[in-house]
Design a protein around this ligand. Structure first.
Ligand SMILES: *Cc1c(COP(=O)(O)O)cnc(C)c1O
Length: 384
């Protein structure tokens, strides 16, 4: 595996697309006819693998569709909400704000509860809001707001929703495969996921996992291509997608899921990301950068960092310096000056993290022409 990573010229510390393994990329290089038994088997086995990976029982089904994660979120909201349903969107970041945008575009009955974006959502306020706004049937929320790197306690929201009698729709795009959700909760009716985040696939295919009963409600379709019910019905009937399936991307995802399972599945990937994040934070703290979000709201996926007091960083210059070395970090979504994001997802090694830390050190030495603390370059055991 380290061989495949060292053959990868660019190292992406981004939440997705992210670095993939050589074998995953290879899997995407073969032609395949869409109306073949092999293509139908591929669709079926991917859907089954994702349901199994999530821990869904037989009340659940998986519906695939073309596109990035946003397509899955839009399909979920447009296909599973009836005209007289009332959705409350718990908004505490860009991805939950995008849900509101989708509802606006699609004319879906909704209201928004806007909460502070630098912390996980507050259940008490959600509970009060549902009490104050009668008629709310559904809640929608994001598991991990990837924009700032803020974790929401989705399982606690599910348990609250059970007591409130609301159904919950979740965007778990940046957590699926690493942070579990309680699929046994009767309140949970649908979850949007995509290939190119914690599963380490390439972008182009997304899925909505849903309770079959929620998918089969009598809801007039709002969209042709994002109609999950039609997609599921025709798939079940003929084994065929309605429109050209992203077969190469699906092959790559199948390979990625195989590797994920071989490496030990959810617990192993979580441990691996955790080890990376611990190493990254230790190194960045030694260089004078601190996480912006408090520890209880962070997850070992992506972190927003800002210089501790006094230090000034020209982010554009820093990005260019890193890019010259084939290292890609992400812009911050904070107005806090000099902040940026670093992700630990994807096919990265501890060595790649050290390369990033060393480049930061070099940048600080060169660009700021001042003495920086020692770079942490001790041998760290590799995790898969
Ligand atoms: C990546 C991501 C999405 C999907 O964004 P795309 O630009 O469509 O890939 C949605 N929600 C969350 C939380 C994400 O991290």
């Amino acid at each position: 595996m380290s061989a495949s990573v060292s053959a990868t010229p660019v190292r992406l510390f981004t939440p997705g697309p992210l670095n993939t393994s050589e074998s995953v990329r290879q899997a995407a290089t073969q032609d395949l006819g869409s109306r073949t038994p092999e293509a139908s088997a591929l669709t079926h086995s991917l859907c089954q693998a994702l349901l199994e990976l999530a821990g869904c029982d037989n009340r659940w089904c998986a519906t695939p569709l073309q596109g990035s994660g946003t397509f899955a979120v839009e399909a979920m909201l447009t296909s599973l909400l009836a005209p007289d349903d009332q959705l409350l969107i718990i908004e505490n970041g860009v991805y939950s704000a995008r849900m509101a945008d989708i509802c606006q575009h699609q004319g879906i009955n909704h209201s928004v509860l806007s909460l502070p974006s630098q912390r996980g959502f507050d259940l008490e306020i959600i509970s009060e809001t549902v009490a104050q706004r009668p008629g709310i049937t559904h809640l929608a929320a994001v598991h991990f707001e990837t924009g700032l790197g803020v974790l929401n306690d989705i399982n606690a929201l599910l348990h609250l929703a059970e007591t409130l009698g609301c159904a919950v729709l979740v965007d778990a795009i940046s957590t699926f495969g690493v942070l579990p959700i309680d699929y046994q909760s009767p309140a949970l009716v649908a979850v949007a996921v995509s290939a190119n985040k914690c599963l380490h696939g390439i972008p182009g295919v997304a899925f909505v996992l849903s309770q079959t009963a929620a998918l089969n409600r009598d809801i007039p379709p709002r969209s042709l291509s994002l109609d999950l019910q039609a997609q599921a019905r025709i798939l079940a009937h003929s084994g065929q997608w309605r429109f050209t399936p992203p077969l190469q991307v699906m092959r790559a995802l199948q390979q990625a899921v195989t590797e994920y399972q071989e490496q030990g599945g959810q617990a192993a990937r979580h441990r691996c990301y955790q080890a990376r994040m611990t190493h990254l934070l230790k190194g960045m703290q030694a260089l004078g950068f601190e996480p912006v979000i408090e520890p209880q709201y962070r997850a070992p996926l992506i972190v927003t960092l800002a210089p501790s007091s006094g230090r000034q960083v020209n982010i554009q210059e820093l990005n260019a310096f890193l890019l010259d070395r084939q290292l890609v970090i992400y812009p911050s979504q904070l107005s806090t000056p000099h902040s940026f994001r670093v992700g630990v997802m994807g096919e990265l090694t501890m060595k790649n993290l050290d390369e990033l830390l060393e480049a930061f050190q070099l940048y600080l030495d060169e660009a700021l022409t001042r003495q920086s603390p020692q770079s942490p370059s001790q041998e760290i055991p590799q995790c898969p």
